[in-house]
Design a protein around this ligand. Structure first.
Ligand SMILES: [Zn+2]
Length: 68
C-alpha cells in the first residue's frame, strides 16, 4: 500500500492549509428604514431598527449619573 515516506513538517502542512484560506467580504444588505448598508440579520447600526421594529433606541449623548 502506498504510504508517504516521511512525515510532512508542520510548516509544510500549514502552508498547504493556508493556500486555501481567503477572507471574504461581508455580505451587506440595505436597511429599509435609513437605507444604510448593514449586515443581514443584524440590527441596523444607524437607526436601531431590525425590520420594521425599533430594537435599539437612537443614541443619545451620554449622561454621567455621578455628575462628573
Ligand atoms: Zn437603519
Amino acid at each position: 500500500m502506498a504510504n508517504p515516506k516521511k512525515k510532512h513538517t508542520p510548516m509544510r502542512r500549514d502552508m498547504r492549509r493556508s493556500a486555501n484560506f481567503r477572507l471574504e467580504a461581508a455580505s451587506l444588505s440595505t436597511c429599509p428604514k435609513c437605507k444604510a448598508s448593514t449586515l443581514s440579520h443584524r440590527v441596523c447600526g444607524g437607526c436601531g431598527y431590525y425590520g420594521n421594529e425599533l430594537v435599539l433606541p437612537p443614541k443619545q449623548e451620554k449622561k454621567n449619573p455621578e455628575g462628573k
